[in-house]
Each structure stands twice: as C-alpha cells, then as structure tokens.
Design a protein around this ligand. Structure first.
Ligand code: F6P
Length: 327
C-alpha cells in the first residue's frame, strides 16, 4: 500500500477528527501517504483531494465536526456517480479508502467495492449509534452527554416553575440517544420508536407521578418516534389530560446542539483506536470491512454483513427503562 484516501460522509459526529488524525499518523508510521477527500463522496466524485501529513492533522483532536467537511451525496447512490468516484480513485492511484460515517456511507462503500473493486475500510460514526457489529459509534457519547447536560438545565427550570417538559432528542429512526440520555438524565418517561408508547398509559403515569408529589416532569422523546416528535406527543398528552393536570407544558427540541461540540474523551479514544485499526485493516489485505470495537477489542467485519443486521437495543437498559426510567 502506497497511498490511501480518507473521507467523512453523512451527518458529522464529534470524534471524526480524532479518527482522521489517527488514520493519517498510523499510515505515515508504515510509509503510506494520505489524501484527505473534501466534502465526502461529493469530493470523491469531483477529485477534490488534499495531501494530509502528520503535521496537518495536529490540534484537531479536540475539535467537533470534521475538518474534511461532509455532505449527504445522493449522486453516489447512482451507478454513474460511483463510476466517477472509481475513476478518481484510479487517477490518483489510491490503493484504498477509509470512509467514516453512518449506514449510508457504509452502503456506498460496499457498492464501490462490489462494482469497481475499490478497497474500503469503514469506520462507524453517527450520533444515532444505529450500526450493528459495534458496541458504539463515534459521536454517540458526545451527543448523549450534550443531551444530558441540556436535560439537567431543563430540570432546573422545570422544577422551579413546576412544569412538564417534553424534550426531543435526535435519532432519525432509532431511540438509542433517547434511551441513554433519558436514563442518565433521570427522565420521568422515555418515548422511543422501538417501543409502542400507549398515550393513555403515558398520561396515567404522569398523573400518578404528579399526584405522588413530583413537582416537575420530564419526558424524553426520540425524534423518530411513531407518535411524532416532542410537539406531537405533547399535544396528544395535553388533549388526553384535558385539564386534569394543572400544570404548564413546554417543548424543547435539542436538534443539532447534540451533533456539534467538543468530543468527549471516550469519542476521542474510539476515533483514535478505529483510525489506527482502519489502516491495519487495509494494510493486512482486507478490502471491504468495517473496523469497530466489541468488548474493548477492535474487530473487522465485512460491510455487507454489518448492513444485513439491525442493531439491537441493549436488553439490560431496556429492562431499566421499564423499571427505573419512568415516573
Ligand atoms: O446523523 C444522524 C442525524 O443527526 C439524525 O439523528 C438526524 O435525524 C439527522 O442526522 C439530521 O440530519 P441533517 O443534519 O441532515 O438535518
């Protein structure tokens, strides 16, 4: 291996910079040159590359987002787009690509491998943490901590004014951020797509908690929940309660506040471990694998196998959701 390209794609995630830094430095340590690809697959299709050396990735470890830029690039989902990408890989003599992102990124990487033989090492990075074959994804820990900090702040004001708050957290189709943030932020109810939340049941729980002496109530809602986001859940609850709870209701949507920000130490370590492992993966001759950590050990799994499986929610935390994580 003489040269590799690195790109970040899809939603940015804190800790991506740690991964970029580790890839560049691990590659340099075994004599491999690195090229940064700007703006994800868009940049790959256009040949928008920049040389990256160990010094050019100094002082990025502590920065959120991605220094390479990222896009959601619909063109890479087309055969023509992937052919253009493969031409650029060949024109620059890249012997492999390290792609950092979520499910869409992995899917594009798998197609580039199948159709054009591009050698791929994928690093799972998405705040949604919805990728199988890995304990966690880069960015998840930072996002959960941001959500918990926001919930603590909301609890202060909710407790002072005796209000019910509905807090919406990210998670396009999954409830992992809601589950972790809800449990660690002491939510009174957690509404996630993986569990059908009966609105009548939710209302009864809120009434009983309020009558039991709880001055403030905090309901965490995953944005992807079937009942709709936090505004929709708040409206349904208010309608059903129909004045039976003499309290004010407020809704806060945390949105992209969870995506940016200084990466936690856990995300920096994860990015560093997986970045170095991605170089090892390509250098060892693996050509369509995702590198991840399972039980603190780096593992390499074929990307198509990763994509074939839906990530399970942790059974122990789901149990706690029903016992501790409710009013
Ligand atoms: O990257 C994951 C995610 O943050 C989801 O949680 C969210 O639904 C989506 O991306 C938002 O995407 P965008 O930033 O493109 O609006």
């Amino acid at each position: 291996m003489r040269q590799i390209g690195i790109l970040t794609s899809g939603g940015d995630a804190s800790g991506m910079n740690a991964a970029i830094r580790a890839v560049v430095r691990a590659a340099a340590s075994v004599g491999i040159r690195s090229w940064g690809i700007r703006n994800g697959f868009d940049g790959l299709m256009r040949g928008d590359f920049q040389r990256l050396g160990p010094r050019s990735v100094a002082h990025i470890l502590q920065r959120g987002g991605t220094i390479l830029g990222t896009t959601r690039a619909p063109a890479i989902e087309t055969e023509e787009g992937r052919a253009r990408a493969a031409e650029q890989v060949a024109a620059t003599n890249l012997d492999g690509l390290v792609i950092i992102g979520g499910e869409g990124t992995l899917r594009a990487g798998q197609m580039l491998y199948e159709e054009h033989g591009c050698r791929i090492a994928a690093i799972p990075a998405t705040i949604d943490n919805d990728i199988a074959a890995t304990d966690t994804c880069i960015g998840f820990d930072t996002a959960v901590n941001a959500a918990v900090e926001a919930m603590d702040r909301i609890r202060d004001t909710a407790e002072s004014s005796g209000r019910v708050f509905f807090v919406e957290v990210m998670g396009r189709t999954r409830g992992l951020i809601a589950l972790y943030a809800g449990l660690s932020g002491g939510a009174d109810a957690i509404v996630i797509p993986e569990e059908h939340e009966d609105m009548g049941h939710l209302c009864r729980r809120l009434i009983s908690a309020h009558r039991g002496g709880k001055r403030s109530l905090l309901v965490v809602v995953a944005e992807g929940d079937r009942a709709g986001g936090a505004f929709s859940v708040a409206e349904q609850v208010q309608q059903r309660l129909n004045g039976r709870l003499q309290v004010d209701y407020r809704v806060t949507v945390l949105g992209h506040l969870q995506r940016g920000g200084v990466p936690t130490a856990a995300d920096r370590i994860l990015g560093t471990v997986l970045g170095a492992a991605a170089v090892e993966c390509l250098n060892d001759g693996l050509d369509h694998h995702m590198v991840s950590e399972v039980g603190n050990t780096p593992v390499f799994t074929p990307i198509n196998e990763v994509l074939a499986v839906t990530k399970e929610l942790p059974a122990d935390l789901m149990h706690l959701l029903h016992t501790v994580g409710q009013a």
